[in-house]
Design a protein around this ligand. Structure first.
Ligand code: THU
Length: 132
């Protein structure tokens, strides 16, 4: 799916706003995510760390889970941003979770200045796990 430039800008802006809410006192690495759905709506997520490090939730999954509780599962695009120069890509667990809700979603991977690259979830997670 080719992404409209305006949609990209909207998602970059939303992810940046979400990043400002990050709870990252242990890594000091703030991440923000914005997920778009087939109805055009957007859910936001930030990373939420915990003193028990394994309980940490990534920004992408925070956003996706927020959508699920609102009944939104038709994910059409996801954007992730962070506070460094690197255009970070979602971690392995987040890739599998994105795959659960879309097999062709574009993933906008951005840095602190809004520079981005777009990869599909199939490119990021070839040979994904499926039960069928
Ligand atoms: N993090 C995310 O939020 N998303 C990713 O895809 C990679 C990592 C968070 C988890 C942790 O709070 C911090 O970044 C450092 O790993």
């Amino acid at each position: 799916m080719a992404l409209d430039k305006q949609i990209i800008e909207t998602l970059l802006d939303a992810a940046k706003k979400a990043m400002a809410q990050a709870h990252a006192p242990y890594s000091d690495f703030a991440v923000g995510a914005a997920v778009m759905y087939d109805d055009g709506s957007i859910e936001l997520g930030c990373n939420v760390e915990n003193a028990s490090f394994g309980a940490t939730m990534c920004a992408e999954r925070t956003a996706i889970n927020a959508g699920v509780v609102r009944g939104k599962t038709n994910l059409t695009a996801i954007c992730v941003t962070n506070m460094t120069d690197t255009m970070i890509t979602p971690c392995g667990i987040c890739r599998q979770v994105i795959w659960e809700f879309s097999k062709d979603a574009p993933v906008i991977c951005s840095n602190k200045d809004g520079a981005y690259k777009i990869l599909t979830i199939a490119e990021l997670l070839p040979h994904a796990f499926d039960l069928d």
